[in-house]
Ligand binder design. Structure first.
Ligand SMILES: Nc1ncnc2c1ncn2[C@@H]1O[C@H](COP(=O)(O)OP(=O)(O)O)[C@@H](O)[C@H]1O
Ligand SMILES: [Mg+2]
Length: 265
């Protein structure tokens, strides 16, 4: 059996000019393989900090992250990240941007084969026809599709997404949410999505992990989302369970994320 991704008693303390800032404290979650999980909380509560520690880009001050029962000690090809900004290399085409990741994951492939692979992933995200274009020639949504193709080209077991749709207009955001859902339906690889968008979290997730407000943010509430799959916006938004869950999430964000902190203090 594949072991879950475990985050155990994660604590992150930043040294700042005004003293130590304990952003997250004793944050623990266990994510079974194949689950689509969202990390939801107010801006600044520490979501990106948790995700970047899961990605191995930052070190935990205490506690840690285990993959396959082993503690991670840095980034790994099995964990791919997509950020809010597509961060493509501007002088490279869409295809070349993806090829860089293919080359990283499979350095022994010939250049032609790397190109073929890159195009395969661009096709998966629906933008094969933009392969030769430079990022500046592409819309924000298409650039973000390139970033998703680049992440997928690593064939990661874990897709870590940090507000990947945050900069998009709402129609493009819907399209990309559906793309990520379709991709997930096909391969069921583990996804951890950081978001502060309640409806986004409800629409895509198997489980929502609500974070309390920082400092010393923790897991405040874990909500399983048993809406039927595959999901589409129309049926989800007419489901009574969706409204019940939405009210519960909003209630937490409005009242309990702070109260919880005060009680814990
Ligand atoms: N490198 C850093 N040094 C000092 N403080 C930081 C650093 N990174 C994040 N923080 C602080 O940690 C808190 C949480 O940040 P972040 O994880 O980005 O929140 P979120 O992603 O939920 O918006 C914020 O108060 C932020 O100012
Ligand atoms: Mg963030």
């Amino acid at each position: 059996m594949i072991k879950p991704l475990e985050v155990t008693s994660l604590t992150k303390v930043f040294d700042t000019p005004t003293g130590k800032n304990t952003v997250v404290k004793d944050f623990s979650i266990s994510i079974p393989a194949g689950q689509f999980v969202s990390l939801l909380g107010h801006s600044g509560c520490g979501k990106s900090t948790v995700l970047s520690i899961m990605a191995g880009l930052q070190e935990a001050t205490f506690g840690g992250v285990c993959v396959d029962g082993r503690e991670i000690s840095g980034p790994g090809l099995e964990r791919a990240l997509v950020f809010q900004s597509p961060s493509l290399l501007p002088w490279f085409s869409a295809e070349e941007n993806v090829m860089l990741a293919v080359a990283q994951a499979r350095p022994k492939l010939s250049r032609n084969e790397q190109r073929r692979q890159a195009n395969h992933y661009l096709e998966m995200v629906g933008i094969a026809e933009y392969a030769k274009q430079l990022p500046a020639q592409l819309s924000q949504g298409t650039q973000q599709r390139v970033a998703i193709a680049r992440a997928l080209s690593l064939e990661p077991r874990f897709l870590l997404l940090d507000e990947p749709f945050g900069m998009l207009d709402s129609i493009t955001r819907f399209e990309l949410q559906d793309l990520v859902l379709d991709l997930w339906e096909k391969d069921r690889r583990t996804v951890v999505l950081v978001t502060h968008d309640v409806d986004e979290a409800l629409y895509v997730s198997d489980r929502i992990i609500l974070m309390t407000d920082g400092p010393e943010a923790q897991v405040g509430l874990e909500l399983p989302i048993h809406l039927p799959r595959p999901r589409d916006r129309r049926s989800v938004s007419s489901n009574a369970e969706y409204f019940r869950l939405r009210a519960q999430v909003i209630d937490f964000l409005e009242h309990h994320s702070k109260q919880f902190q005060e009680k814990a203090a």
